[in-house]
Design a protein around this ligand. Sequence first.
Ligand SMILES: [Zn+2]
Length: 101
Amino acid sequence: MAGGGYLIIAFCFGLAGGIVGKIKGGSFVIWFVISFLIPVFGLLAAIFMRNEATEPRRECPGCGKVVPAHDALCTRCGTELYLPPDDQLLPSKFAERVHGG
Ligand SMILES: [Zn+2]
């Protein structure tokens, strides 16, 4: 039963990919499905995906919107943004609190 064995392996990759995706702030179900359908590459994609939750953020000087630190333009008011010094970067927990309300 080679087919059954493959399904078990694919399921394991799906589970691992789902957990990694979830840790990185993504959806467990989406990464489970991706890693299940394309076992090795799905898991690698989940591992190398940029971690949105720990990305440094900062406030836009024009409107105060919290934007990712690497953004060159504010997505709300269009103010040109320069890479700020480290002490102006906001920890990701602050950004989560703002988004959560
Ligand atoms: Zn702005």
